[in-house]
Design a protein around this ligand. Structure first.
Ligand SMILES: *Cc1c(COP(=O)(O)O)cnc(C)c1O
Length: 369
């Protein structure tokens, strides 16, 4: 058996997908070609691409009013591409950003280069709620506190802060378009396209290989791209060309397509959401009942995907990682800005893997606590 891989990203793939890819590596469906060797305009690859788009649409129930784009450059490229493509929606070239963690902070900072960008709200400070203190970036600014300017082109948020472990999905109905970075919780739960106008994701957390980027954008927001935007990253042109404006990342699209088919076999997003709830409950209830480990995120916005946790004695961090690896539990080191550990339990991680981690942690506590 392979070890359990808790990497935050690039992260664990469904094993069945890796096996299919291996079996099809030299000869895809009797074509005599590896997918890597196919023309992106040939009938074989066109079928792979079309099915990937349709499967993604089916899984997330993406309405017909939305274009689905397969782009490149990862989610961080979108930090520039979102303003370049969308600030032109209104003459003032303004946008408002909600900062709830490291990723949305990066988005906010990069956008500054392109227009009049302001904070709608930020959790980057210690604050009080009901007399209790909440630590910086360990909570989510409630939508009724957002300052959204009426002449803004859009509001930008992040639905799951991969580093801080903060997740929020209860979007308000806004008068300006809502742009959501869904990189680390896409396909782990439904996405409400009545409230979300643009959603983008780097694929490497829950959808496929690093580099591939999924963008779902309401078609009536297209056509206002800045002249400064590289043509290969112009949403409207990419949409018009079915993501074939330039050579798309063909092999990555194929792998993402296999992940989508695997998800359908699991029963779709509704079924995987139930599995994700069960996994997160198992892990958080263990953490909450231990005084050896702790998670400091406000309980109502704890991420189902990324669970940072601290050991009571940080001197034990190194030993924990060594022993975990010996036990077949990989890549648990926390992000350097948070410290401690982080267990990323995306769609591809079964309950069994989370149980193995909890069992190990119990044993570790017994030996060192
Ligand atoms: C990983 C991640 C990114 C960055 O993705 P890249 O593909 O490395 O650019 C951005 N936002 C979130 C929420 C992420 O988890």
């Amino acid at each position: 058996m392979r070890p359990w891989n808790f990497s935050a990203g690039p992260s664990k793939f469904p094993e069945a997908v890796l096996k299919t890819a291996a079996a099809e590596m030299l000869d895809w469906h009797g074509s005599g070609m590896s997918v890597m060797e196919m023309s992106h305009r040939g009938k074989e690859f066109m079928r792979i691409r079309d099915e990937a788009e349709q499967d993604l649409r089916d899984l997330l129930q993406v309405p017909d009013e939305f274009a689905v784009l397969f782009m490149q450059g990862g989610a961080q490229a979108q930090n520039a591409l979102v303003p370049l493509n969308l600030l032109g929606l209104k003459p003032a070239a303004k946008a408002d950003y909600v900062v709830s963690g490291s990723w949305s902070k990066k988005s906010f900072q990069e956008a500054q280069r392109f227009g009049d960008i302001q904070l709608a709200a930020s959790s980057d400070s210690v604050s009080q709620i009901d007399g209790a203190e909440r630590s910086a970036l360990a909570w989510f600014p409630e939508p009724n506190t957002w300052k959204v300017r009426a002449d803004s082109s859009y509001v930008h948020v992040c639905s799951n802060e991969t580093i801080g472990g903060v997740e929020f999905n209860d979007w308000p109905q806004l008068d300006v378009p809502l742009v959501v970075d869904v990189s680390s919780n896409i396909l782990s739960r439904p996405l409400d396209f009545t409230k979300v106008d643009v959603a983008y994701a780097g694929a490497q957390k829950n959808a496929g290989p690093a580099g591939l980027t999924l963008v779902m954008v309401r078609k009536d927001l297209l056509g206002v791209t800045s002249d400064q935007c590289p043509q290969a990253f112009n949403y409207e042109l990419v949409a018009k060309n079915d993501s074939m404006l330039n050579t798309p990342p063909t092999y990555s699209i194929y792998l993402a397509g296999l992940v989508f088919k695997w998800l359908k076999e699991q029963g779709g997003v509704g079924a995987i959401e139930q599995a994700n709830i069960a996994k997160a409950q198992l892990f958080y209830s263990y953490l909450d009942n231990s005084d050896f480990y702790r998670n400091t995120v406000e309980p109502s916005v704890r991420s189902r995907m990324n669970i940072p946790f601290l050991l009571r004695e940080p001197e034990l961090d190194k030993v924990f990682l060594v022993e975990a690896e010996q036990a077949g539990l990989l890549q648990l080191r926390g992000h350097k800005s948070v410290g401690g550990m982080r267990a990323s339990i995306y769609n591809a991680m079964p309950l069994e893997g989370v149980q193995a981690l909890v069992d190990f942690m119990q044993g570790f506590e017994a030996r060192h606590g």
